[in-house]
Ligand binder design. Sequence first.
Ligand SMILES: Nc1ncnc2c1ncn2[C@@H]1O[C@H](COP(=O)(O)OP(=O)(O)OP(=O)(O)O)[C@@H](O)[C@H]1O
Length: 302
Amino acid sequence: MSKGSTIVAEGLRKRYGDLWAVDGVSFSVGEGEFFGILGPNGAGKTTTLEIIEGLRKPDEGSVRLFGEQPWPRNPKLLPRIGVQLQASSFFEKLTAREQLETFASLYGVSTGTAADMLELVGLADKADTRENKLSGGQRQRLSIACALAHDPDIVFLDEPTAALDPQARRNLWDVLRAIKERGKTIVYTTHYLDEAEILCDRTAIMDKGRILAMDAPATLVRGLDAPTHVMIERGIIPLEEAKTLAGVEEAADDGVSLRLSTRNPAKLLSTLAERGALEGLQVRGATLEDVFLELTGREYRA
Ligand SMILES: Nc1ncnc2c1ncn2[C@@H]1O[C@H](COP(=O)(O)OP(=O)(O)OP(=O)(O)O)[C@@H](O)[C@H]1O
């Protein structure tokens, strides 16, 4: 195991009937890293996560978690790992604080941690609210707090932001960042590429059981030779003329704006500035969606 590696997974494969749900997956995750496994539904993210957590036995390949084998169930690892499953379940009729204290006591840790974790996930003011009275976003935060109740070194989160409205999703991002700031390693799955781009130190893009690319999101995007799109208000420069500006590869009029595609945005922007044509300016660089398209030849659909 390389120094500082928390997870080392090599050649993982898992079959359900005729389907290889995980088909040769290798990666490692460093201490304190925020690592995202992303991909569309059915890509094999959950199965991969469950193998790493020690909840599933791979058909092939090996995993080391803190240098230990997670399967068969390894009691040495339990205090060090926190797991939030896709469908969270709580003890019936308990308040948020009681849920956490119950989880904490299962691990034999002090209940003081419960208050601390509620604070960390921004639920301190809901401590006395019963779990069934919480909103979807608050329940998600409570289930993350439960995964952290015993103060583990690494936390595994399976689609924690799925099924949340955009505001709740953004609130949860702050929670995830706060967990990372505590020095914890985070491994999480998501089908939101935009979110992974913002949150993760490194991401593995999965599709059909395989990792197609793995790196820092910015590196993945920069590695693409994709054009930048520059939008300006229509009517300032005629379309035909816009097509001839230095560096413009394509120009299109969408009825609201003129969209200019270029691989030399600096040059194009200075030309537009000279022409006084920066009204309504928007610049959109490549994203992980473009990376997915390049890797698979198809548009990303979660
Ligand atoms: N217990 C199981 N029995 C049979 N097939 C399964 C089982 N679990 C998963 N699969 C199949 O394996 C593939 C990968 O599933 P997995 O849940 O790992 O993907 P995922 O990327 O997490 O997708 P999702 O985002 O929908 O959870 C899917 O085609 C799924 O239908």
